[in-house]
Design a protein around this ligand. Sequence first.
Ligand SMILES: Cc1cc2nc3c(=O)[nH]c(=O)nc-3n(C[C@H](O)[C@H](O)[C@H](O)COP(=O)(O)OP(=O)(O)OC[C@H]3O[C@@H](n4cnc5c(N)ncnc54)[C@H](O)[C@@H]3O)c2cc1C
Length: 290
Amino acid sequence: MSLQATMPMLRELYEKNARLLLGAVRQRKRVSSVSRLSGPMFITLEHGLEQLVDQVVSQITEYTDVKVNTQALDIQLTSDGKYYIHIVEEGRESLVPADAIILATPAFDSAVLLSGLEIDVRKLKTIRYASTATVSFGYTRPSYAFSLVGSGFLVPRHEGIIITACTVVSNKWVHASKKGTLLIRCYVGRDGDEEAVTWDDEKLIRKVKKDLEKTTGLKDEPEFVHIKRWKSSMPQYDVGHLQRLEQIDQEIAKLPGIFLAGAAYRGMGIPDCIQDATRVSQHVKNYLHE
Ligand SMILES: Cc1cc2nc3c(=O)[nH]c(=O)nc-3n(C[C@H](O)[C@H](O)[C@H](O)COP(=O)(O)OP(=O)(O)OC[C@H]3O[C@@H](n4cnc5c(N)ncnc54)[C@H](O)[C@@H]3O)c2cc1C
């Protein structure tokens, strides 16, 4: 993974202090007296992330035709320099004219959408993605719950268990569950180790429960289990990511009016994606006013 692309603040610590741990200790002392240098990498919203989408939709519907359940098939450029997005909506295909286009699709989908245009999309295709799955357990009367402190933990690769991380949702985001209940979300699957994501529900639940007991001691039977598989959902910022990004930007610049945004490029947390969207929307604004 590219440290510069995923955690630039760690790279800076390393460079300033020659050692990462030493730097972290010095930084911690400094940060306790000064406000945090940057916001959190990941966020959530008090009444659910759906609010984010609802808010965006409510702010743009007045002047926008929002199309849901619609797939973009490709982008076409006519000889007089006009873009058309070829879409399929409820089985009907049509061409939507566009002055500018932001592709906020995963890099591999963006590569497909742009493949009919005169640019090299090979670099876009090299941004790899990993799959993950979440297995959530809910306990309404947990016997052990109240000794389970902290917001969760990460599991290093060589621990020999399939869960890669665990969030004690009821501790981390207290609004997300009723008082006195316990909600735990376990993650499986990471880059190079994604087999568990393909297991059937029964096997997945059995294995995750076993790991949860091993790591936390929790033996209770959950009242509900919810599984969600996220196929090719986590872009991997491999070493050289920033150089790759530069090369992609150079190619995209050959198509004035086309822009890329989203988790594949400049940070995958929601705050990063919002920041990237803000950056790109400014570029679009400038382009349309040129
Ligand atoms: C399991 C998991 C948990 C996470 N938890 C958090 C968290 O708690 N907090 C946080 O800050 N971040 C979290 N993240 C990271 C963050 O949620 C994602 O990186 C971010 O939502 C990605 O947003 P995006 O818009 O770039 O991509 P996506 O959300 O993947 O959106 C891309 C969209 O493009 C659509 N699309 C693709 N191809 C086409 C096409 N041809 N035509 C039309 N539409 C198309 C897809 O259907 C999709 O809706 C999590 C990520 C994962 C995988």
